[in-house]
Design a protein around this ligand. Structure first.
Ligand SMILES: [Cu+2]
Length: 147
């Protein structure tokens, strides 16, 4: 009867040893926390400020103001997307043999039918992404406006 009791006390002391070990590890982590905390924010803030600032300025416009997109071979120019600075005036010039339209996917602008030789102008003052299409053909394009 006394024999089965011993293993219980042994296992109890092992468990308490583990508890103290866990407490010790937790105390070590708590002691190191300020060191880790003081080390992390300096690196993360410098990298976050480094990554949050460039997006608007790192995306370089690929079309100057005023920007002309030549519609030819049933394509809205040869480059997609067109990236312009806010305030840029964009002109679509239909130099194709077919009628086309430049129509904002969200209804911001719609040129109506552009006969060959006709053009349409829209000024983009607010940064954002402006997808558009042709109402006649399966043609699409995107204007990226950066600050
Ligand atoms: Cu078209």
């Amino acid at each position: 009867m006394s024999a089965p009791r011993k293993p219980e006390t042994v296992s109890f002391t092992i468990k308490t040893k583990y508890i103290w070990l866990i407490i010790g590890v937790l105390l070590c982590l708590l002691a190191l926390a300020p060191v880790i905390a003081s080390y992390l924010p300096s690196t993360s803030s410098s990298s976050s400020s480094g990554s949050s600032a460039p997006p608007s300025s790192s995306v370089a416009p690929n079309c100057a103001n005023p920007c002309t997109i030549v519609i030819q071979n049933s394509l809205f120019g040869t480059v997609q997307p067109i990236i312009v600075k806010a305030g840029t005036t964009v002109t679509w010039a239909n130099k194709d043999d077919l009628d086309h339209t430049t129509t904002s996917n969200s209804g911001i602008w719609n040129s109506g039918i552009l006969d060959p030789g006709q053009s349409f102008t829209e000024t983009f003052s607010t940064p954002g992404t402006y997808p558009y299409h042709c109402l006649i053909h399966p043609m699409t394009g995107t204007i990226e406006v950066v600050s």
